[in-house]
Design a protein. Sequence first.
Length: 214
Amino acid sequence: MRTLSKILISLLLITFLLLNLHQLWFAILWLVKHLSFYKWLGVGIAAYFVLRLLFRKNEEWLQTQTHEWTHVFVALLFGHKIHYSYAQEGSGEMSHSGRFGGLFISLAPYCFPIFTYLFLLMRIIGSWQSLYIFDILIGFTAAFHAHCFRKQTGPYQPDIQAYGLPLSYLFITAFLLFNACVIVLSVKMGIVNAYERLISQYWKDIIMVWKSFS
């Protein structure tokens, strides 16, 4: 990646990170005042740590599999051709080809909770009476992914080295904050409304900052 491209992408990511920090602050304030909305999310998080004690022998294998599945899924979203993908305990590799989205494909496993998004989307079609089940699964998978991110994200990773540590960590941090916003807001209002709210608030924040300098 050329130096100019890195600078432009870094500026966009810094803006995105600041917008997410602002929105996450308000989302957390709402969460603290309405903890009852999040009790089942908390149950799911607690359940993960309990079950982890029972199945931790296979945890690294599952983390590696999830890492490679995320590479594959995001590559498919960008229309790339998958040549091969394999994973074993502690190591994995994927080969793909395409023109766009290399940064997203490489770094998605460090910030994109693929299983959590699956249940956030499934929650759309769930009945009101069954939402607590999805919230438990969302909490469970969010805790799993948080553990994966903490364990796998390091400067030794070739994916992170490929784009340089500053840009990679900026990307990962910005999208971790974004996904945290989505999860907190989705439990409150559903994933579709969460995305609509975030986009609307981003625009309002940008306009507010623009006016303050004009």
